[in-house]
Design a protein around this ligand. Structure first.
Ligand code: SF4
Length: 464
């Protein structure tokens, strides 16, 4: 059997941008290092597919144990089908120089029903594209397909005692949609293969496609020509707005001519051009109450794809731990109080009640970029609003107002820690609950992260 050229993931890369596909296949060393937060996002839904297999009992897994064993997987799938196996998980097929692994294949009379599982709460255009590719390869492989369905998570599902798998998942028959796309898929495969084999890299400009549907792996390589600072360094503009402006004005100075800029956009562009900080003292004074002492709070949430506790929903943000520290206007700091729930039962009430044990009503509580500005009966002051409302800005704050860029901008020393974003801390916590072999180490890293965040928040308060 000839080795495949495309797989589902490389096909989708080519759908996004032919240059990305070309580089993936021909110059993989140019790929950006994958940030930990992106890995954490990917791994959030990894067990959903395995879990959904229980919708179809008695299957045999034909998937390759290692990517290089795809041939064995194709042969095993064919053998299982011949032997009369009714349900096959990770069924492997190759046709039109393309390899696919289908989540579940179910025998239905003398035909087959195909199912692909998505760990999201809704179906996007990309999922239809990848379903159409799978359908095409199945049909080209000679499989008599009766129906093709996408399975995704029911956003409204609330877990009772145990997860009811039939209510947790929604099965959507997309047979008509994938059949209608058959011709397009065939042409697209030809185009992608021609592009891979071309002697020249495709001449494709940067654009919104660099971030949609996924962040491209080659942004570092392709974006070298964008002179910094650029309109893409202005955090108050959405990606779409940034590209609209960039299409008309390549330099940041010229972008000031763009008519639809808000006051905050203009202030941030000026700050970038002049390399100066901006502070609206009056607005900051009104935002932050007078205090002699205050609490600095960092609260962590995790968002498991599968509802972990009775009463919880898929992807619900569940608080699991915090760190709290008292600061005084003379610059002194109290001891850090840390708490992390063991997660055996729903941590939310425990986290809030623990937190309330340490707080007193007349002392303000500062947080930074917390998703819940009012935490169940506790009034907090979200300092990230100072940046989002345009009261404060520094030119080094270039990316979505993260604490990482805030620390950099304010010169707050935070030696590199394994965790630099909430989403990675959430993934580590999830790992601990799943009994990861490095749980102790992960817990220490979460503690380090909490300390780091407190340091940044207090540094911000003292630096204002
Ligand atoms: S960075 Fe943009 S232009 Fe470059 S390969 Fe990726 S998607 Fe294509």
């Amino acid at each position: 059997m000839e080795k495949h050229i495309l797989s589902k993931s490389t096909y989708i890369k080519g759908e996004q941008c032919l240059k990305q596909l070309y580089l993936t296949k021909n110059k993989p060393k140019l790929r950006d290092r994958m940030p930990a937060e992106r890995i954490a996002i990917f791994s959030r839904g990894t067990n959903v597919g395995i879990y959904a297999q229980d919708l179809f009992h008695g299957g045999i897994d034909a998937g390759p144990k290692h990517y290089s064993q795809y041939r064995k997987a194709i042969e095993l799938t064919a053998q299982l089908m011949t032997d009369g196996q009714k349900v096959i998980y990770e069924a492997a097929f190759q046709a039109h120089k393309t390899l696919i692994l289908l989540d579940v294949l179910v025998k239905n009379g003398d035909a087959w029903d195909a199912y692909e599982v998505k760990s999201s709460k809704s179906l996007s255009e990309t999922y239809y594209k990848d379903a159409a590719l799978q359908y095409h390869v199945l049909v080209e492989s000679g499989v008599n397909i009766r129906s093709f369905s996408l399975i995704h998570i029911n956003a409204d599902y609330i877990r009772e005692d145990e997860i009811d798998i039939n209510k947790l998942f929604i099965i959507k028959d997309v047979t008509d949609e994938v059949k209608n796309r058959a011709q397009t898929v065939s042409l697209k495969i030809e185009e992608e293969i021609a592009s891979i084999n071309s002697p020249e890299e495709p001449d494709i400009e940067i654009g919104p496609h660099c971030y949609a549907p996924y962040d491209c792996d080659f942004i570092g390589y392709c974006w070298k020509s964008v002179k910094r600072p650029s309109i893409f360094n202005i955090p108050s503009l959405s990606k779409e707005e940034q590209f609209n402006i960039y299409a008309k004005h390549k330099s940041l100075v010229e972008s000031l001519e763009y008519a639809d800029l808000s006051e905050i956009n203009r202030m941030q562009i000026q700050a970038q051009l002049n390399k100066k900080a901006y502070l609206n003292q009056e607005a900051v004074r009104n935002f932050i109450p007078d205090f002699t002492e205050a609490y600095i709070l960092k609260l962590l949430h995790f968002t498991p794809a599968l509802p972990r506790y009775s009463g919880s929903m898929p992807y619900e943000a569940i608080p699991f731990g915090f760190a709290l520290q008292k600061i005084k206007t003379d610059g002194s700091k109290g001891d850090i109080i840390r708490f992390m729930a063991n997660g055996k039962t729903h941590p939310k009430e425990l986290v809030y009640s623990k937190l309330k044990e340490y707080l007193s009503d007349d002392i303000p509580i500062f947080i930074y970029a917390n998703t819940e500005a009012k935490i169940k009966g506790i009034d907090v002051i979200d300092l990230s609003q100072l940046l989002k409302k345009g009261y404060y800005y520094r030119s080094k704050i270039t990316k979505d107002y993260t604490t990482k860029s805030l620390a950099l901008a304010m010169g707050i020393q935070t030696p590199f820690k394994a965790i630099e974003m909430d989403i990675v801390a959430a993934q580590f916590y999830n790992d601990i609950l799943d009994g990861h072999k490095d749980s102790m180490d992960r817990a220490i890293k979460i503690k380090d992260y909490l300390d780091r965040e407190l340091r940044i928040i207090s540094g911000f308060v003292f630096g204002l």
